[in-house]
Design a protein around this ligand. Structure first.
Ligand code: ZN
Length: 118
């Protein structure tokens, strides 16, 4: 048993929206690499004096951390869409039961039911 078609459709749309948003956010400061879903933070050269250099390094470090976070979210969303296509979306990977609807709505890329959530 898996989730019903109406919910499946609704969550697929939400996942696609989330994917587009994450890709949009990433493309503001990073560029895609040859590996799908992996990005590389651009180093912005804003100036050459010491203050500029310090700001560049700081901003780069922030962006790398942000890139990591967004990339992880993107991977979760992409995998969820793959499971949607394979027909395994919404099934707990531990017990094989349906994941609660409320949990899926709150956390689209959930792979465990509430009982088995990490
Ligand atoms: Zn479970």
């Amino acid at each position: 048993m898996s989730i019903n078609d109406a919910l499946k459709e609704e969550l697929t749309t939400k996942l696609q929206t989330a994917k587009a948003r994450l890709e949009g956010e990433l493309s503001r400061f990073a560029r895609p690499t040859e590996v799908p879903g992996e990005y590389e933070t651009r180093f912005e050269d804003i100036g050459t004096d010491m203050d500029d250099n310090a700001t560049e390094v700081e901003q780069y470090a922030d962006n790398v951390a942000l890139e990591d976070n967004l990339e992880n979210q993107l991977a979760g969303v992409t995998e969820a869409l793959e499971r949607m296509e394979a027909g395994t979306y919404g099934i707990c990977s531990v017990c094989g039961k349906d994941i609660e609807e409320g949990r899926l709505r709150a956390y689209l890329s959930a792979t465990e039911c509430m009982e088995h959530a990490k």
